[in-house]
Write a protein that binds this ligand. Sequence first.
Ligand code: CMC
Length: 445
Amino acid sequence: MSTQMQAPDTAQNGAQRRDTVTVIDNRTGESYELPITDGTVRGIDLRQVRTSPEDFGLMVYEPGYANIASCRSAITYLDGERGILQHRGYPIEQLAEHSTYLEVAYLLIHGELPTSAQLEEWRHEVTIHTFVHENVKRFMQGFRHDAHPMGMLLGSVGALSTFYPDANEIEDPENRAIQTVRLIAKMPTLAAFAFRHSRGQPYVYPDNDLRYSGNFLSMMYKMTELKYQPDPRLERALEVLFILHADHEQNCSTSAVRGVGSSHVDPYSAVAAGVAALYGPLHGGANEAVLRMLNRIGDKRNIPDFLRGVEEGKERLMGFGHRVYKNYDPRARIIKSAADDVFEVTGRRSPMLEIALELERIALEDEYFVARKLYPNVDFYSGMIYEALGLPVEMFPVMFAIGRTAGWVANWLEQVQDPEQRIARPRQIYTGSRDRDYVPIEQRG
Ligand code: CMC
């Protein structure tokens, strides 16, 4: 099959310009004109390309969906070639500088920046829903002492669906609104409980006098003091991290949320799927993998050896490369500068930072990385901030999940209200045997 796109100068040549693409099937000589809408052709339109009436028709084979648009979305704009990230049209740089996480969450979910009154109400709603049922606490206590906090988060957010069985009434806007608030509000509580569990420390209840990030720090670090006073600089650094992770269009975990949500399951189960996807080392687990990698390199002198191994395909340079960005990830740039503020407060400048900076410098000049357009992504430096905040590496993907909850929920809400969406159900190319007769076990060789 050959696919011919109209030459850009067709109109100048006198031929009529049409928003279509002509496909010629060289097996049959048939030609098909497919409409182009928003720079896309519909995969289903290819099904008419067939060799006979019995033929199933042409399908698109695309592992990893790299060139498949699975939805229309008005939430996040991303131009990976130019390193641009915007939420509802607002550049990530401006949001990271001026906004708060809850305001960005509101923006992602409602589509507009809130007025003061709307923000106050939103903040109040989220604040009064930070507590979880005591039984949630009890079953979290049932995890093994060394349970990975991301696994605990995954299990517990999914379990919330059993505490809110009406959450499956996804057609009801009011119902969706309350589950939305609950998810944004309870995620930090579950995350902090998971952290305290891994330390063998008592869980700390939310403090509703504090703001979103301050309350999270309190649930993480409060010991015997009557009131935990978060350092405003650390609070701000956390806000920035949560903002930077809030959404990133159709990434693996958001696609998982949409894929599972397309079955019309409740949002807790859909978000649990997002947490599961984020757990993996190629996605949200990468920040954890970066720190492990830097620890393994151990010294700047070992960098050339390490990079040789990467170039020989023995391993990956974690925190580098991105499916969409073929330029410096704008989030990595902001995080890199936020790291210094945190190091100043905590006095814990990560010993790994020197190695990371040198690794980045060498990699950005290295032919292997230049040719493949591999740049640092959001995970390259975020781990060092988390480390400076006293977090163990297992908590890094959990931090990512807290921030990303806003994006997951915004995408879920958009999806369930999108009349074009259907249950996610891809096709396959079947490569196995066919038409075999069952062989009784005693006759098998
Ligand atoms: N180190 C070494 N080589 C790499 C890397 C890397 N980190 N990333 C990509 N490549 C190479 C890859 O081997 C391939 O080379 P070749 O053409 O010779 O086969 C080429 O670059 C294209 O890579 P790909 O695997 O086709 O790219 P992808 O779009 O499928 O994968 C990725 C994207 C993020 C999974 C990948 O870059 C990666 O594994 N990076 C390391 C893990 C990481 O940092 N993940 C966090 C992503 S950002 C946060 C998030 O959204 O979760």
